[in-house]
Design a protein around this ligand. Structure first.
Ligand code: SOE
Length: 386
């Protein structure tokens, strides 16, 4: 019998994100054996019984529900993890906080700033632990970038550049709405690439380089009407298919961000580059174990971009995995996020990003939406970033 304290998780939603989180909970105790807490796959919830039952069996959940309200009322659940489409985040999170549960939610925190604010107020009023799954922070190469920047090696930072490029919505035959295409439906998603992809870039950027002060943005919706799966009729598309914005960071550096689902050939090309006075860093999700580093203090005859394979035992998280030289993948970022959350329960430190922290990211998203609409610079009102 192990004497780990159990966190009984009730997961809502069994799509792609439901799988990534379930995998994180399943693996964490094997690879982070020293943690005092252990997640238990207590229950999973989704509307269609056949589907949720199969999911529960496949992932080892002890039980299932088809009504999230029932799940939240259960005494044998400590934490509610929301992996639903965005329009349900606020309602579920607020109800879960009021029921005294810990609350985790997939990114973005919500569809808009108003919903996000209510969620932050609810978890803070209830005093429950909370976090948002901005998983890319937890990739070892990205965490190493944070360590390098915090050590001061880059010196003054001048530029931050990020892209998140995909190509899965180019076909005009792709519908909007329903289980598969909810990301295309403005009422469900809240926005297009801004909340889905740029939110990741903004979270990482503010973690690495501090708050974004103001933005100037443009968006485009290339295909104006698509069949809606709820009605079977062609309806206006309300989401942004692509967005480009530039910005000032609070530290005086300039930022340039681009995201689109129309970059033919790119599936999930998330990249960032940071240029400082003394050094630069760049990273690419397609080669996620690598960090490129340029150090200007190196002798000129051997100076150049070095490619760090972030797989040594002393690299972030890597002592928990295999042996130096052997890489890890996308799914490990979720295992790391669970591990960091469990560790925060042990140490009493505030988990980042939590709802309040993700609210700052949401402020930038909202300013981007507004700026694109009004064609004006917008102040974000970002106050802090952890
Ligand atoms: C969209 O295609 C998506 O799955 C996002 O929703 C995820 O957050 C991102 O990590 C990968 O792309």
């Amino acid at each position: 019998m192990d004497n780990k304290k159990k966190i009984r998780v009730g997961l809502i939603g069994c799509g792609f994100m439901g799988r990534t989180h379930s995998n994180g909970y399943s693996k964490v105790s094997n690879f982070f054996p020293d943690l005092a807490f252990q997640p238990v796959l207590q229950a999973v919830c989704a509307r269609r019984e056949e589907r949720v039952k199969a999911f529960a069996g496949q992932w080892g959940f002890k039980s299932y529900e088809t009504d999230w309200r029932k799940l939240i009322q259960r005494d044998d659940i400590d934490a509610i993890d929301i992996c639903t489409p965005n329009h349900l985040h606020a309602e579920i999170a607020i109800a879960a906080a009021e029921a005294g549960k810990m609350v985790f939610t997939e990114k973005p925190l919500a569809r808009n700033l108003e919903e996000s604010q209510k969620m932050v107020e609810a978890v803070e009023r209830a005093g429950v632990k909370n976090m948002v799954w901005y998983n890319y922070r937890r990739l070892p190469a990205v965490t190493l970038a944070k360590k390098i920047i915090d050590s001061g090696k880059l010196g003054r930072i001048f530029h931050y550049r990020a892209n998140f490029l995909q190509d899965w919505t180019i076909s005009a035959d792709l519908p909007q709405g329903g289980d598969a295409a909810w990301r295309m439906d403005i009422d469900v998603a809240g926005s297009g690439v801004i909340g889905d992809l740029l939110a990741h870039c903004i979270d990482t950027a503010m973690w690495l380089n501090g708050g974004i002060a103001n933005v100037s943005a443009m968006t485009e919706t290339f295909i104006k009407q698509r069949v809606h799966l709820d009605t079977g009729k062609k309806q206006d598309v309300g989401i942004d298919d692509a967005c480009i914005f530039h910005c000032h960071f609070q530290n005086g550096s300039l930022g340039l961000f681009e995201s689109t689902r129309y970059a033919r050939g790119h599936k999930a090309l998330y990249t960032f580059e940071i240029n400082g006075e003394n050094a630069s860093i760049k990273w690419d999700l397609h080669d996620l174990n690598r960090l490129e580093f340029f150090d200007n203090s190196v002798d000129s005859d051997v100076k150049g971009w070095s490619s760090i394979h972030v797989t040594n035992g002393d690299h972030p998280y890597m002592d928990k995995w295999w042996v130096p030289g052997l890489g890890i993948g996308y799914e490990h970022s979720f295992v790391h996020q669970v591990a960091d959350f469990l560790k925060s329960l042990e140490t009493g430190e505030t988990m980042q990003p939590n709802f309040r922290n993700a609210f700052e990211t949401q402020k930038v998203c909202e300013a981007v939406v507004e700026s694109a609409k009004t064609k004006e610079w917008k102040e974000t009102g970002v106050e802090f970033k952890g």
